[in-house]
Design a protein around this ligand. Sequence first.
Ligand code: 5MM
Length: 351
Amino acid sequence: MNLADLNKVALAMVAPGKGILAADESSGTIKKRFDAIKVESTEDNRRDYREMLFRSQDAMSKYISGVILYDETIWQNAKDGTPLVKLIEQAGSIPGIKVDEGTQPLPGCPGELVTVGLDKLAERLKKYYERGARFAKWRAVIDIGSGGGGSGTGGRGIPTMTAIRVNAHALARYAALCQAAQIVPIVEPEVLMDGDHDIDRCYEVTQRVLNRTFQELRVQRVALEGMILKPNMAISGKKCPKQASVQEVAEKTVRLLKSCVPAAVPGIAFLSGGQSDEEATAHLDAMNKIGNLPWGLTFSYGRALQAAPQKAWSGKAENVPAGQRAFSHRARMNGLASTGKWDAGLEQQAA
Ligand code: 5MM
């Protein structure tokens, strides 16, 4: 492992004013997104859609530091035969790859999931590196159930400590294998915002998850300087009657991350997790306005970057320029938020 090179890539991924496009929807997820815009999820349509994003010169060259791809996409060529990976590189952005193989029920823990995909991962990483991937992503999914949880509950509450531990262990195994293959791991332990829990419960569960994840990363000798963390924000559950304000989300998330994430980590790139486009931008911006942070703090959004371009495109070739404009707008807004220079007025101006 060449740690200096891993660190260089990690720093480029969180360069000021830039963030990551999560375009790694698995076949099931992209079908759901296409269903919503009444587009059939064929291989050609998936290619056309992603080609539209990667050819958005303005967004890709100015605001998108890297793109997380799904296995199908990393091997796909654009309509003119150019590998999609090359389009990303030509725009000055870094190709990355989702390497987890989704989730399975966790035995002994009803209602909880464990992320799988470690078998043969070393061989797969080698092929992805040869194709151009310089970073990877693995997502663990932690749910917050009602009625408490953790080690003191005899495993009745969700999340159980078992789910937190096995997922943290898998994240660290994945991260160590990535670094051995000269690939920067994005470590994504996502605490879902589904449910009626309040922001403080999200804070407490996320803190437990992050502490355990960093403990495992250390045990498995992952070099923190050569990784990126992709966490959720401390935020109210979607069905919580009392929704925390933008300022509260920003202050609590920054406090939480400062308490769990070592300064050696070059950057933190959030998932959007079901927040509206503008909320995801406003939260990131408010955190960067607080400032005095030991790591770069940016976005690695899927839905919050793609919902608008998907709608504008709607599967029609004549809508490609509109789709690209919508993508560039969201990319620019989030790029500004990554340095605390966004304000809501900019959204209205564009509209
Ligand atoms: C783009 O969605 C990613 C893949 O999800 P599936 O494996 O379920 O298809 C997802 O991991 C994504 O990278 C993160 O959740 C961030 O996306 P959001 O939409 O939460 O910003």
